[in-house]
Design a binder for this molecule. Structure first.
Ligand code: GCW
Length: 694
């Protein structure tokens, strides 16, 4: 949104890094890989082999680091049998690669029998993931026998996108929508000299299964555009850091690069000189970074340049870049976040929710095989509650990726506890064709009707903050993303338990209980005290805090249409914008009808009177009162609950969470009071419980 200087309503200053005493601490938090999490493996005699590529060396180094710390031993074996050199005592953990074992790519098999735990991996990446699987199991990996189980990622494309800028942007800062300090890659206009923090980040990501990372903002500004050319050396250095962790590096590029970097008079995708410019650019990149992943492109979106300027469409634009990358195996991630951001609120015919489908669905079948159309989970923009994007299931002949957002842009800026996997689990398990059909996870991982794999992508939430993510609990979101991209069927409960066991390995059992209590249900709590029933964008400047009418008359879209009689957006086919008709059945009918539309999405699809009765028998306005008073009260309980672990966790971590919970309590009360007051003043209907409304 930063490239549209004429439209300023959304250009609100980026949030300051979370407070709380990080500056004086040289050391940063180990997140989910503290040394103590390696004690169970580190005490064992380990055999790793056969020796080979870079990823095997990584596993060997990991095993050495753990055993040196905890007294075990490592032998590097020459053959896949796992036998150590003569004279060594038998290993208790054997990790081998065996290409003939019939395992899926990146996969591995774990078993334990006769006192030996074995990991047999399909390839070197599988060996790395198998290693971290054993770490995650802890002592359980060395206790009872384990029947062999095979583990493999559901998709080969598990990606994090960074919205990091090299130069500090005057409005958006170093990391656009970043709430955890500056970039871990760039500082003061250049790539950092010391990339040790990036190395640790790569290790953390590898432990979750992430295998692709894009290293610059999709809003590509002048300096960042040159990563493709003059600053290619920076990409080389970043790729060197990520490579030993099985992670391929991608770049966001500007569609106008042939003009801005190449001096050509046009960026028309059908122009031969433009095509050649991209071919040469790709060639240079691959000469420097042979395992480069590809380009991420935000085109004709929020002011970024794109093919529309030449009367071409998104398939023309995406295929231009795809053809330059194809000889090297590169992929274009072409984002579908395309809508009119210069609307007039008086115009009732434009519905932002419709836009991506209207632009992209007709292009199904026109994209090259190495184009992935990257679609946000909802038709608007990472709201707490919106319907799923119908684009995700409208293009069976196209590779479609799901884009999630780990950074908490609309979900509390990493100041509020918000367990995103609670939201993602719903998204991934959504059944677009009803109970009989597959899930959304199936579709994007290549197991849907079209059988095309697009993968799972998310916007990262890390920065140079001591805790990586501002709120220490926001680490669980990053962890959860990687694990869900690997296995979309994992539950929020499983993820929280995994994350807590790794992050607080030696802690008093009360810590795990409290962390569980705070994280589980946190998404519902946040939803309860913020925008109700699927109404969207009631946020204030910078997308933090209440701003009930902040967007209502803005150029970015209109989202609730509240008046004295009612509220909500009529997106039905019968009387509204027709958006509901973009869904396959049964959802088109389910959303169209007031009787069947789920309450939580009521105001997303319908404009109703405040007196409208929900399925639970309450009116809309009473629901707003109840959820807001309850949700805000729950934040007070959360803050109180945290006090139970004082002295049981690291003091800095305790204090950071304590301060942020205090802010969450304050902010939730503000949301509660503004929302209840707004609904009361518009409807004139009092709260049946007589609670305080202003
Ligand atoms: O969510 C919105 C953000 C913009 C972002 C844009 C996008 C990078 O407010 O800051 O720009 O989405 O996804 O491109």
């Amino acid at each position: 949104m930063s490239t549209t200087p004429t439209t300023t309503s959304d250009q609100t200053a980026h949030a300051a890094p979370a407070a709380a005493g990080s500056a004086s601490l040289a050391e940063h938090h180990p997140a989910w890989l503290p040394d103590a999490a390696f004690a169970p493996v580190g005490r064992r005699a380990i055999a790793v082999g056969p020796d080979g590529g870079a990823l095997v060396a990584t596993v060997v180094a990991e095993a050495r680091r753990a055993t040196e710390r905890f007294g075990g031993s490592v032998v590097v074996t020459g053959s896949p049998t796992g036998d150590g050199p003569a004279g060594t005592t038998g290993p208790e953990l054997v990790l081998t690669t065996d290409a003939s074992a019939g395992l899926p790519p990146e996969g591995f098999r774990v078993s334990r029998a006769a006192g030996v735990t074995r990991v047999v991996a399909a390839d070197d990446a599988g060996l790395l993931y198998g290693w971290f699987d054993v770490v995650r199991r802890g002592e359980a990996a060395f206790a009872a026998d384990l029947a062999p189980t095979t583990h493999a990622p559901r998709t080969s494309l598990r990606m994090l996108d960074h919205w990091d800028n090299i130069d500090v942007h005057p409005v958006m800062g170093q990391v656009e929508r970043g709430y955890a300090g500056g970039s871990i890659f760039y500082e003061a206009g250049r790539l950092r000299d010391d990339l040790s923090r990036v190395h640790e980040y790569a290790r953390l990501l590898a432990a979750t299964g992430v295998n692709h990372v894009s290293v610059n903002n999709v809003n590509v500004h002048r300096t960042e555009a040159t990563l493709l050319t003059d600053r290619l050396g920076d990409v080389v250095r970043l790729a060197e850091v990520f490579r030993p962790w099985g992670i391929r590096v991608h770049l966001s590029v500007s569609f106008a690069a042939p003009m801005t970097l190449g001096g050509l008079p046009t960026s028309d995708p059908l122009d031969a000189a433009v095509q050649d410019w991209w071919v040469q650019a790709a060639r240079r990149v691959y000469a420097a970074v042979p395992d480069f992943g590809g380009f991420v492109v935000k085109a004709d979106s929020e002011g970024q340049p794109g093919p529309f300027a030449y009367g071409r469409d998104h398939a023309d634009g995406a295929n231009l870049l795809a053809r330059a990358l194809a000889p090297f195996g590169g992929v274009v991630h072409w984002r579908a976040f395309v809508y009119n951001h210069t609307q007039d609120w008086r115009d009732r015919s434009t519905d932002r929710a419709r836009a991506a489908y209207d632009h992209f669905a007709p292009l199904d079948g026109r994209f090259d095989d190495n184009v992935v159309v990257q679609v946000k989970h909802g038709p608007l923009d990472f709201q707490v509650r919106e319907a799923f994007s119908p684009v995700l299931v409208a293009m069976p002949r196209t590779r479609v990726a799901l884009e999630l957002q780990v950074t908490q842009e609309y979900t509390g800026h990493q100041k509020h506890v918000y367990l995103l996997p609670e939201e993602w689990a719903e998204i991934l398990s959504w059944r677009p064709w009803g109970e009989a059909g597959g899930t959304l996870a199936d579709v994007v991982t290549g197991h849907g009707p079209g059988g095309r794999e697009g993968g799972i992508v998310a916007v990262s939430n890390v920065g140079d903050d001591r805790f990586w993510t501002g709120h220490p609990f926001a680490q669980a979101n990053l962890y959860g993303f990687g694990r869900l991209a690997w296995d979309p069927t994992l539950t929020p409960e499983q993820l929280v338990d995994e994350w807590t066991a790794l992050t607080f390995p030696d802690a008093d059992p009360r810590v795990a209980e409290v962390v569980r209590d705070l994280l589980l249900g946190s998404r519902r709590t946040y939803e309860d005290y913020t925008a109700p029933l699927g109404v969207c964008f009631m946020v204030g400047p910078g997308h933090y805090g209440p701003g009930v009418d902040f967007y209502e008359y803005s150029a970015w879209g209109t989202y609730h249409f509240a008046d004295r009689d009612g509220i909500g957006v009529d997106r039905t086919v019968a009387t509204g914008t027709g958006f509901a008709g973009q869904y396959p059945q049964p959802w088109a009918s389910v959303y169209e009808s007031l009787d069947t539309c789920p309450d939580e999405l009521l105001l997303f699809f319908h404009h109703v009177p405040y007196s409208h009765v929900l399925h639970d028998g309450r009116t809309v306005v009473q629901h707003v009162y109840d959820t807001h008073f309850d949700g805000a009260a729950r934040t007070e309980e959360m803050a109180a609950r945290w006090r139970d672990v004082e002295g049981l966790v690291d003091g800095d971590l305790y204090e950071r969470v304590r301060l942020l919970l205090a802010e969450q309590v304050r902010s939730a009360a503000e949301w509660r009071d503004q929302l209840t007051t707004y609904f009361y003043r518009h409807s004139g209907v009092p709260d049946t419980h007589g609670r305080r409304i202003y």
